[in-house]
Structures are given as structure tokens and as C-alpha cells.
Design a protein around this ligand. Structure first.
Ligand code: C5P
Length: 409
């Protein structure tokens, strides 16, 4: 997208892709550890984490949308509100943080958020909430590396839905690049679960975390944890069910592709009724509002344990949010916001490349920080991923010409 704004002279498009790659590497690890390092009855509720994520993301999106109202007033066709806002701002005390929440501004945002086509966001909202819950199921039942590699199937589901719904036509070379990408990621990851084990610098206590990526991060964690406490904190205390994990990952790949492409379709297809497309942050606010409904239902309608009141049952869902859990929620919220920016200024397929590169980033970080050995499989796999990225973005490999238009939402 040529309308990508710049930050420090660099296009926001590229900043957001690199940030997403880093965020993704970090999220996979922190989410897994946050789930497996406590006994099941002491583990935080995934449903509560998803709800907190949505609340936080919704609040941030609302504030950003409010702040941006000045810029977007004209494009949203409300000259009157623009004038009102300017007048009111003049009367308001200078630099008060509350000017963002000025009633005129709130009113203008409400008009934008509850505009005619807001119901469209219900589809990606529900899909994302389902996906975010599935991700916790997967992270609780698969080791970090296996989860990361199987989750890359979303590159293919995303390409599939982009072709189907956005009318994107990918040349054969681009399809080849996508399959190469999935293959390269597979090779990078398989060596960490298989033979790569030998490359771990010292034996690790649990077979479920005995691989390069996990092992490395375990050492990173160990450095900060008193020796006596470390096993109690780091040894997995949950039994993992790989079949359940794989099923969750497969469904999450489908919802990821569908929700992402649907969001892209809404974002890039105008405001309905011929109006200008609403601001990204208005769309994010709409998405969060719709997400609250499916996110809150599992909390309010969960089975109440015998001898417990409904209120204390609901409150108990918010127990056990230790540092790991809070870190997971914050990382996920940050990731959601970055994802939205990537979808806005690049597209979902480029997002797939960014997250694939995150696997290479986390491995290289392990080499630099934890003394891992670079294996042949890593060099081959990373080489394939990088070639695929180059091939996909090569100017000599254009998209095939579109033969039909995107489906209307
Ligand atoms: O795995 P995937 O990249 O599809 O994950 C997308 C994540 O980004 C989901 O957790 C979703 O909730 C979040 N998201 C968001 N706001 C958007 C788009 C995606 O929070 N506008």
C-alpha cells in the first residue's frame, strides 16, 4: 500500500512487519510457559485471558480512534462536528488528557463506530475469539516448536481465502513460494524437535521441553530464578494431549485465514454506501466491541462449582494471573494491534512471511544468547524460507491478472 505512513523515515508497513515477527517469536514462548509451568488447578483461565485481551485492545483502539478524530472528521463527512470540536477544544484547558474524552469527540466516535456497516465486524470478531481460545488449547498441549511449525499451515489457509474472497490471483511462482515457505519452516522446526536435541547445551529436565528452542529459553529463564525454585517453576506440571493440540492448531489455522482475510476485505472495501472507508482504529473498536460478546459468554455461563455462588465462580476465573499470564495477555494485545496495522498497510499473505521469519529470529537469538549450534537443517530450512520470501516479493513474479472481483461483504 503506497499510503503507508512513515516513522523515523521508514515506512510503517516495514516497521509493523518486523515488529510482528519479533512479537510472534516472543508470544509463542511466553504463552506456552505460562500454561505449562503451573499445576492445572493453579493455571489461569484461558477464557478470562481472552476477555482481558479484548478489553485491553478495545480500550487502546478507542483511545487511538478518539485521538485521530480530528484527522478523520472531514473524510467522515462531518464538517459540523469538526467545527464544534475545534471550538470546544479552544475552550478546553490546554493539554488536558481529558480532551481526548471530550463529549463532542465521544459523540463523533460513537457515530463512526455504530455506522451502517458495523455489523460486518461480527464475523471476524467471533472467529478471532474462537481462534484465540484454540491457541491456548494448542499451547497447552503441544511443545513450543511443534506448535510453531503446525501453526504455519495458516500461510496456506490465508492464501486460499485471499484467492477465494479477495479475488487475489497468485501466479504459479507465488504459489510455489508459499509452499516453499511452509516447507522451509517445517525443516527449521523439525530439527529442533528431532536430532537437534543433541545441540542443546545442557540436558534439560523434561522431555516435553527438550529441544533447541525450548531448551534455550529455559536457560534464559533459569538465569533469573533462584536455583531452589527453578524446577518447581519450570517443570511442566500438565499432561499434554498432542492429538487435542493438533486438532486445535488445525482449526486455529482455518479461523486465522478466514478471519484475517475477512478483516482485510472489510478494511479495504470502503465504508459501504459509497462513503470513505472508516479509519483502521474505528474498525478495531468495532471488532473489539463484537468480540466482547463471545469472549464474555464462557465466563458468565461457565458451570458453577457446587457450594460456590455464581459471583464468586465468575471472580475465580480471574485468579492465578501471575506475571507469566499477564505478560501473555499484554503480548497478545500488542500482537493484535500490530496485526491490524500489518493487514492495513500490507496484507495477510505478507503477515505470513513476517511470522515465518519470527521462527528464524528466535533460533538465531538462541544461537547468540544460549550458545546453540547452527545445524545443517537450520541452514537449509532458513535458506528455503528466505528464498521463498525473496521469490514471493520479486518484481519478476507478478500476481496473475485478476479474472474476477472480490466478493462483496
Ligand atoms: O494468528 P493470526 O495472525 O491470525 O492472529 C491474529 C491475532 O490478531 C488474533 O489474536 C486476533 O485477535 C488479533 N487481531 C486483532 N485485531 C485485528 C486483527 C487481528 O486483535 N484487527
Amino acid at each position: 500500500a503506497s499510503d503507508s505512513p512513515r516513522l523515523f523515515g521508514i515506512e510503517l508497513k516495514w516497521i509493523s512487519l518486523v515488529t510482528l515477527a519479533l512479537q510472534n517469536a516472543f508470544l509463542t514462548i511466553i504463552m506456552h510457559y505460562s500454561r505449562i509451568t503451573t499445576a492445572p488447578n493453579k493455571t489461569y483461565s484461558a477464557a478470562a485471558a481472552v476477555l482481558l485481551n479484548e478489553l485491553l485492545k478495545g480500550s487502546i483502539s478507542t483511545v487511538v480512534a478518539l485521538k485521530r478524530i480530528d484527522d478523520n472528521m472531514t473524510s467522515q463527512g462531518s464538517a459540523w462536528h469538526e467545527k464544534e470540536l475545534k471550538r470546544d477544544n479552544r475552550n478546553a484547558p490546554a493539554k488536558s488528557p481529558f480532551t481526548v474524552f471530550h463529549p463532542t469527540r465521544l459523540q463523533a466516535l460513537a457515530r463512526g463506530v455504530f455506522s451502517g456497516d458495523c455489523y460486518k465486524l461480527a464475523v471476524p470478531a467471533i472467529l478471532y475469539v474462537v481462534q484465540n481460545n484454540l491457541q491456548y488449547v494448542a499451547a497447552s498441549n503441544l511443545d513450543v516448536a511443534t506448535f510453531q511449525v503446525t501453526y504455519q499451515m495458516k500461510i496456506l489457509t490465508t492464501a486460499f481465502f485471499s484467492v477465494l474472497m479477495l479475488g487475489k490471483r497468485l501466479s504459479r511462482a507465488k504459489w510455489a513460494a508459499l509452499f516453499m515457505l511452509a516447507l522451509g519452516v517445517g525443516i527449521v522446526q523439525l530439527q529442533t524437535t528431532g536430532a537437534g536435541h543433541a545441540a542443546a547445551p545442557v540436558p534439560v529436565p523434561s522431555p516435553t521441553i527438550a529441544n533447541n528452542v525450548d531448551g534455550g529459553h529455559e536457560h534464559a529463564l533459569r538465569a533469573e530464578i533462584p536455583a531452589a525454585a527453578e524446577d518447581a517453576i519450570l517443570a511442566p506440571m500438565r499432561v499434554m494431549n498432542p492429538f487435542k493440540g493438533f486438532l486445535a492448531v488445525t482449526l486455529a489455522c482455518l479461523t486465522s485465514g478466514l478471519a484475517g482475510v475477512y478483516f482485510e476485505l472489510i478494511l479495504k472495501s470502503g465504508g459501504g454506501g459509497g462513503g470513505a472507508a472508516p479509519d483502521l482504529w474505528v474498525r478495531n473498536t468495532q471488532l473489539s466491541l463484537f468480540s466482547l460478546i463471545p469472549a464474555v459468554i464462557p465466563i458468565l455461563f461457565a458451570e458453577v462449582p457446587a457450594g460456590m455462588s455464581w459471583a464468586s465462580s465468575v471472580a475465580s476465573k480471574f485468579a492465578h494471573f501471575n506475571g507469566w499470564a499477564i505478560g501473555t495477555v499484554l503480548t497478545q494485545t500488542f500482537g493484535g494491534l500490530i496485526t491490524a496495522i500489518v493487514i492495513r498497510y500490507s496484507d495477510n499473505i505478507m503477515k505470513g512471511f513476517a511470522t515465518s521469519l519470527s521462527i528464524i529470529i528466535s533460533f538465531l537469538a538462541s544461537v547468540a544468547l544460549f550458545n546453540y549450534h547452527v545445524t545443517l537443517a537450520f541452514v537449509v530450512g532458513a535458506g528455503i524460507v528466505l528464498s521463498a520470501t525473496y521469490l514471493y516479493n520479486s518484481p519478476n513474479v507478478p500476481d496473475a491478472p485478476p479474472t474476477r472481483t472480490a466478493i462483496a461483504v
